[in-house]
Design a protein around this ligand. Structure first.
Ligand code: KG4
Ligand code: ZN
Length: 341
């Protein structure tokens, strides 16, 4: 089943073609340069840029795979969660294209698509096949969710952030340290030169259930930053690297400890780590060490599929189309706050 996937929930306009476990084309057009000036995603600017790009990325994906609209069995589009004006662009486009081509359109949950992103492959490589149940930790700029997956389509929520998402905490802390936007990668690079034991930050909600809380951490970073007059130090001062390392260590330790607790309490067969923050090398290494100690496999997508993409939308969408799930009619609406369960 050949599926065209479309994504426009935040600041990437993306289209992909997917067939039987394999991603045949994967086009992502980012908008970072438009938003960087404002230190975050500006919804109006995002919608406008999606509108200019959506038909182009779709045409490019079809061309790269050497396929036409008549070849596809259906379409998959991110229906939520995300920015409503941004979501509407790919959703309206997909509905129009599906109607014109006489093909079904399925609405995909972006966070769930992240959770399944390790289970697709490039041509020539077989996709990993997991045993279920699985626990999945999805950490990105907008979400920090822990799921239990009974199968590819059956999710239940185990825990979530009570305030900031993990990626949001990285971004806000980076801003504070003058590292620009988005900040996850910059914090990781700075932290690599620092000593995480110099500034011992709290581990929020430590061993208290499976929810997360990250908003207090940036406040702690700010307190230390002011107390030690770090604003006056040169950019290469070791104290800044130590603070970044202390912050990253706190986030990684909490995330991995919750994932461990979820694995143990559910007796799941394996674990997934996905979403933009899963690109973090320290987090990947710590999660791998933890799962190896428990004798369970860890499934992590390649770096390109940690960030937002349409391949993961087409992948989950193909499974939904095969099961006849969430087939959209022309009146279907975007779901900016799609409940996670
Ligand atoms: O999944 P994603 O591309 O977009 C959302 O759906 O939110 O995730 C983007 C988030 C940003 O907050 C970014 O700072 C974070 O992922 N991120 C990282 C790293 N690379 C990206 N966080 C920590 N370490 C990284 N290497
Ligand atoms: Zn995402």
């Amino acid at each position: 089943m050949l599926v065209l996937g479309l994504e426009s929930s935040c600041d990437e306009t993306a289209a992909a073609l997917y067939e039987d476990g394999v991603v045949l084309a994967d086009v992502v057009r980012g908008q970072l340069d438009l938003h960087r000036l404002y230190g975050g995603v500006v919804p109006e600017i995002a919608s406008r840029a999606h509108l200019e790009a959506v038909d182009q990325v779709a045409a490019q994906a079809l061309a790269e795979a050497g396929r036409g609209l008549a070849d596809i069995s259906g379409l998959a589009v991110t229906q939520g969660p995300g920015l409503v004006g941004a979501l509407l662009v790919a959703l309206s486009f997909a509905k129009g294209l599906g109607f014109a081509a006489g093909r079904p359109v399925t609405g995909v949950n972006h966070v769930k698509a992240h959770a399944l992103s390790p289970f697709m492959a490039r041509p020539g490589a077989p996709p990993p096949v997991p045993d279920f149940p699985l626990v999945a930790l999805v950490v990105s700029g907008g979400h920090s969710h822990l799921y239990l997956l009974a199968d590819h389509l059956t999710f239940s929520l185990l825990g979530r952030t009570r305030d900031d998402a993990a990626g949001e905490a990285f971004d806000k802390t980076a801003k504070l340290l003058g590292l620009g936007y988005p900040g996850g990668r910059a914090i990781e690079e700075l932290a690599a030169r620092g000593d995480p034991s110099v500034y011992r930050l709290p581990r929020p909600l430590w061993r208290e259930g499976l929810d997360f809380s990250f908003s207090g951490l940036k406040t702690q970073v700010l307190t230390i930053y002011r107390r030690d007059n770090l604003a006056d130090r040169p950019a290469d001062d070791p104290a800044l690297a130590d603070l970044a390392a202390g912050f990253q260590a706190a986030v990684v330790e909490v995330l991995v400890d919750k994932l461990r607790a979820a694995l143990k309490t559910t007796r799941a067969e394996g674990a997934v780590l996905a979403g933009g923050v899963a690109a973090n090398g320290a987090l990947r290494a710590a999660a791998l060490e933890m799962t190896q100690a428990l004798g369970r496999p860890l499934f992590v997508p390649p770096l390109a599929w940690c960030a937002d993409n349409a391949a993961m939308i087409a992948h989950l969408g193909a499974r939904q189309l095969a099961a006849g799930r969430n087939i959209l009619d022309l009146a279907a609406e975007a779901r900016p706050r799609w409940p996670v369960d």
